[in-house]
Design a protein around this ligand. Sequence first.
Ligand code: GDP
Length: 197
Amino acid sequence: MIIKEATFISSNTTVDKCPATDLPEYAFIGRSNVGKSSLINMLTGRNKLAKTSSLPGKTQLINHFKINDNWYLVDLPGYGWAKVSKESRDKWQKMIKTYLQQRKNLACVFLLIDSRHDPQQSDLDFIQLLGTLGVPFVLVFTKTDKQSLNKTQEAVAVYKKKLLESWEELPQMFFTSSEEKKGRDEILDFIESVNAE
Ligand code: GDP
């Protein structure tokens, strides 16, 4: 897919204010610092489309971008900040759950995982939530340039084993490096194929 146009549409604190569900949408989420903004900017080829994570305590926003007048890319607020209050965690949980339940046009969630880390409980909990709500999702292992291919393969093997403890099938997986511009075509082709379904 060629990205001809990538336009910021809106930032919202509640799902009911999000744009009309007239186009399929693809949401990106993950722990803070996982490389979400860098990935969104790499995918769209726009250096500053997604802003790097706002600090904990700042307003958590659902950001909509329109791509090629054909689909929405959604930048969801990250999770896993070390020092956030229970109140703000609960608020995030409620917002995200409502988003996942109510966006009729949500075609797929891209859950970003740092390829260098062991499975984190917050990611496993989020996968569980996606499963419970029946939301289609794929995994994106980020920052693969930061270690050898062997190390990434080892980390992914650990992840797969962990997932197979509670899932019969594994989700589709992508491997990216925003630094080296890797994984872009694979993700955009995937979106194109889902859009064509
Ligand atoms: P976000 O908090 O998930 O939006 O993460 P950012 O995109 O802001 O990235 C967090 C940090 O990781 C920044 O310092 C980025 O430069 C760095 N980073 C993001 N993606 C990559 C990558 O693919 N490779 C490397 N080496 N660094 C990355």
